[in-house]
Structure formats: structure tokens, C-alpha cells
Design a protein around this ligand. Structure first.
Ligand SMILES: Nc1ncnc2c1ncn2[C@@H]1O[C@H](COP(=O)(O)OP(=O)(O)O)[C@@H](O)[C@H]1O
Length: 281
């Protein structure tokens, strides 16, 4: 896909919306994966999975996409991480990006496709195949670009009530040494108006990470609220787009990782896959 994204860029993809290539050499099929809201078959025989994770900031896309990528042996590619790497590199884009990101706004489609394309090329060179995309696509334009260059098998849409999302973003911490993510928020939302209660224990760091925790510059209340508003405006149409293609799997998170992970595996029909993997290990 990286090669094709590169072709797309140099063919003035932005603004044209034309479909210039066949993907048949790289991807042989996109099968119907959904059956009554559950994934009916998630593992293609001839290549690794090509999945997308959608969901509001703070919902846990990164956590579940990363776990699944380890389970399935495919790269977890988060465009937010690519943006943060670019910011940290203090390269030419860095100042321009930091202004956008720190206001909770979206980076331009062109820049983000460029960063993703470079990441995919580097992965291809290392022999990677398949992917779980997290944070891309985020606009209809990005979805069209992705649809032009490859087949997406499944789009998982993770959901949590909005009150929980803000608290989860504000509770996020990363260890600046080992890079692991944690969350110090105690979530305890009462069930009301037929909606279930949601409680999540904090995911606390081990003692050696405690003094090295950092908070993302864009995880302040004001910026998180701006990101949620922008998500609702620009990313929600993606749900309808993938739903109409029969690729969207909605998943209401029932709580924290201990409750949600087994249920997600079940919804993806991967529950016995995890057991087989651990037996084989
Ligand atoms: N696909 C994308 N399109 C445009 N901007 C993006 C994209 N992915 C990431 N970004 C930028 O990086 C920031 C952080 O992204 P991410 O880590 O996915 O955050 P979150 O999902 O918590 O909002 C976003 O607020 C945005 O500025």
C-alpha cells in the first residue's frame, strides 16, 4: 500500500478524487465480515488483516489496537504517534504541526497521508504486511484516499459515553522512559435512563515508571473538548460511510480492559484464537 500511496501523492491526488489503480496485485479480496453486528470471519487466508479503529479521543483505540496487533502479528499504526514523532524530531514540519495539534485541530490530509505513507514504506522494507490503523482515516477525504489504494476488511468503532472520554483523556500518562501508557482516572458513571453504569479502575504504572510520567500537551480539558467536537463533526460521517459498505462493527465498551478485552475478542470471533496462540507459545 505504501507504494500506491506514494503514486497517489505524486498524481495530484488531493482535489482530484480519481481512482487510478487496481489493488489486485496487493490485496486479493475484501470479504463480508459482518454478521448481525459481529465479525463473521476476520482472518483473510491470503494476507494479514487490514483493519481500522475508529472512536473518539480517549476511547481506547490505541490500547485495543495495540493488543490486537500483538495477537495477530500485524503493525499497529497510529497516526497520532506519527505526528508526535514528527513533533519531537524538530524537523521542518514540527513548528507548524505543534500549533495545529495543541489547538486540538486536525493536521491537513496531505501531511497526514505523507507521514502514513512514509511509515508504511519503512514497514514494507522490513517485511511487514497487514495493519491495524488507529486514528486514520479521520476525514472523508482520507477515507476516500485509503479506499483508492487498498481494501479495508473491517472497521471497529469503539464507543464510550462522552463524560467518560474527557476524564479518560485527562487521566492519560505515558512513561517517558519505557513508552508505556497508563491512566490515573477512576471512572464511575452511574447507569441512568436505561444506559448501563460504567466503571473503570485506573491503570497505574509500576513504581519504576512513577517519577517518569508525562502528560500529552493536547490532553488539557479545553483541547480535549475541542478534539471531541472536531471528531463529531469530521469523523462521524466515516461511521455512516463504512456502515453503508457493511464493514462497520460497533462496539460499546462495557468497562475497563479486564471486562472489555474478552468481549471484544468474542465480537471479533478471536476468543479461541487467543487460546490457540497461548497454547502454541
Ligand atoms: N488522521 C489524522 N488526520 C488529521 N490529523 C491527525 C490524524 N491523526 C492524528 N492527527 C493529529 O494528531 C493529534 C493526536 O492524534 P491522536 O493521538 O490520534 O489523538 P486522539 O485520538 O486522542 O485525539 C490529533 O489531534 C490531530 O491533530
Amino acid at each position: 500500500m505504501a507504494r500506491v500511496l506514494r503514486v497517489a501523492r505524486s498524481s495530484s491526488l488531493f482535489g482530484l478524487g480519481s481512482r487510478f489503480y487496481s489493488t489486485s496485485a496487493e490485496v486479493s479480496h475484501a470479504s463480508p465480515f459482518l454478521h448481525g453486528g459481529r465479525a463473521s470471519r476476520v482472518l483473510a487466508k491470503d494476507r494479514n488483516v487490514q483493519w481500522v479503529f475508529l472512536g473518539c479521543p480517549g476511547v481506547g483505540k490505541g490500547t485495543y489496537a495495540s493488543r490486537l496487533s500483538t495477537l495477530l502479528g500485524v503493525p499497529h499504526i497510529a497516526t497520532g504517534d506519527l505526528v508526535r514523532e514528527e513533533l519531537a524530531s524538530s524537523g521542518p514540519l514540527s513548528r507548524q504541526l505543534s500549533e495545529i495539534v495543541n489547538q486540538g485541530k486536525l493536521v491537513s490530509d496531505e501531511i497526514i497521508v505523507n507521514l502514513l505513507s512514509k511509515r508504511l514504506e519503512a514497514g514494507e522494507a522490513k517485511g511487514e504486511s497487514g495493519f491495524i490503523l488507529d486514528g486514520f482515516p479521520r476525514t472523508m477525504r482520507q477515507a476516500e484516499i485509503l479506499g483508492d489504494v487498498t481494501d479495508i476488511d473491517l472497521v471497529v468503532n469503539l464507543k464510550l459515553p462522552e463524560e467518560v472520554l474527557v476524564d479518560k483523556c485527562l487521566g492519560r500518562r505515558t512513561c517517558n522512559q519505557c513508552g508505556k501508557g497508563f491512566n490515573v482516572a477512576h471512572i464511575n458513571l452511574k447507569g441512568e435512563n436505561g444506559k448501563p453504569a460504567i466503571s473503570m479502575d485506573p491503570l497505574l504504572p509500576p513504581p519504576q515508571c512513577m517519577s517518569k510520567l508525562i502528560t500529552r500537551a493536547d490532553d488539557t480539558e479545553e483541547v480535549v473538548k475541542a478534539r471531541l467536537r472536531i471528531y463529531n463533526e469530521t469523523s462521524q460521517p466515516l461511521e455512516e460511510y463504512y456502515r453503508s459498505k457493511g464493514k462497520l462493527m460497533e462496539f460499546d465498551l462495557p468497562g475497563g480492559i479486564p471486562e472489555s478485552w474478552p468481549r471484544l475478542l468474542e465480537a471479533l470471533r478471536l476468543d479461541d484464537y487467543e487460546e490457540k496462540q497461548s497454547v502454541a507459545a
